[in-house]
Write a protein that binds this ligand. Structure first.
Ligand code: EPS
Length: 402
């Protein structure tokens, strides 16, 4: 199975990601990964760090002469400030901090992490809970996207809400629109909402406050049959929800029109099935977000991801308790972003790509890219047989029981 493990702290020397389970022969370059990392740094409302963070990356293993070897792919991403500011505070050598952080931020991992691990300095928690870690995920996601591209699968995202500003229903970019989305300061595909989002961010910044929002992830070209109705832990929607929910500050995931459909009658809540002699089965609407019974239907896959406002504020107003004196105080002030919703969209693309790439490999297998694609083509051939139009004979027995 395809999986990745990240290591590294926000202000440590570097982040590292190891991606394991890829077939051999997948073309990969550092430049293509860098491009994705640059997309993650986009977005009006990011803090000063995004202006100098370079995300300088080195492929350490698993790739030779521009293609994967089938061995784990390891990528290192340097942290720009390490040498200049953090070598002592974040040193792996034995020592102490000069200034422990003891006013945990409500809404952050600080306090629960200190209690769980027995730490007296919130930095021991926040350095890893930080969304800086998502840079490593996106590097792995770039590789997953490269794999999916060979099957014609494209995963994109756009911001549909920041604060109270929300795009009207039906605004939905296609893969060819991704450049336009990335060209928007808030990665929004609707010009008038974009302006309202920027105004929201400006107002929150003036007040030293933060904002959350919602991102929509769209996966085009997903083949029918990824995931499974058979086991709870192989359902595609369940896997996507877990993967998306694991993104820092994410508090909600919706597949298709999940929450809206809950209020409808059954007669009005499902996508009618139709048959097209040229292209096969299709759904006439996309309320289900491209997943039925935990299986991809071959329709557009839609997942929405809600991010809470960041727990770090430029104005310390959130009530907390000092963990040494136990006296009431306000949470510590840190350099921070006003919102990271536009960047979260790129991270959400990564998590969806990881799940889809893993399910592709589970279904089709293959030690090399060529073997994988051969298996995919065999499946597409079988789907054509399964509709009963072209072939009769022993192949039909699999589908005969209905
Ligand atoms: C983050 C706080 C900010 C963000 C950081 C995530 O960093 P700093 O405290 O160093 O200013 O800029 O995000 C990144 C560095 C990144 O690459 O996304 C946090 O507390 O989560």
């Amino acid at each position: 199975m395809l999986r990745f493990l990240t290591a590294g702290e926000s202000h440590g020397r570097a982040l590292v990601v190891v991606l394991e389970g890829l077939p051999a022969g997948l073309p990969i370059t550092a430049a293509s990964i860098s491009k994705e990392l640059a997309r993650r740094r986009l977005g009006y409302g990011r803090g000063p760090r995004m202006r100098f963070e370079q995300d300088e990356l080195t492929i350490i293993g698993g790739v030779r002469h521009g293609r994967t070897l089938g061995s784990p792919v390891a990528i290192e991403i340097a942290n720009s400030e390490w040498e200049r500011k953090w070598t002592e505070e974040m040193s792996p050598e034995p020592g102490h901090t000069k200034q422990p952080l003891t006013q945990p931020r409500p809404g952050h991992a600080d306090l629960a992490g200190m209690q769980k691990y027995g730490f007296s300095d919130a930095r021991d928690v926040l350095e890893r809970a930080s969304a800086r870690e998502t840079a490593a995920r996106v590097a792995a996601g770039a590789v997953c996207k490269a794999l999916l591209a060979h099957l014609g699968v494209e995963v994109i995202s756009h911001v549909i809400q920041i604060g109270a500003a929300r795009v009207p229903a039906g605004v939905r970019p296609k893969p060819a629109d991704l450049e336009a989305v990335d060209g928007s300061p808030v990665r929004c595909f609707d010009a008038s909402t974009e302006a309202a989002m920027v105004d929201e961010i400006k107002a929150a910044a003036k007040d030293g406050d933060s904002l959350g929002g919602v991102v929509e992830v769209l996966a085009y070209g997903v083949p029918v049959g990824l995931g499974s109705h058979v086991h709870w832990d192989r359902k595609l929607d369940g896997l996507l929800a877990q993967a998306l929910m694991s993104i820092q500050a994410v508090k909600g995931v919706e597949i298709g029109e999940g929450f809206e459909v809950a209020g409808r009658r059954g007669s009005d809540a499902h996508d009618p099935i139709a048959w097209d002699p040229e292209t096969g089965y299709r759904r006439e609407s996309d309320l289900a977000g491209g997943i039925e019974g935990g299986i991809s239907t071959g329709e557009l896959l839609v997942a929405r991801v809600a991010m809470k406002p960041l727990a770090t504020l430029n104005r310390p107003v959130l009530k907390t308790v000092d963990t040494i004196t136990k006296e009431e105080t306000v949470s510590f002030k840190e350099r921070t972003d006003v919102t990271a919703v536009p960047a979260m969209g790129v991270v959400a693309e990564t998590m969806v790509s990881l799940v889809l790439a893993n399910e592709v490999l589970r279904k089709f297998g293959g030690d090399s890219l060529g073997e994988l694609l051969r298996n995919v083509n065999g499946y597409y051939e079988q789907l054509r047989i399964g509709d009963g139009r072209k072939v009769t004979g022993p192949h039909d027995t699999a589908g005969a029981g209905g």
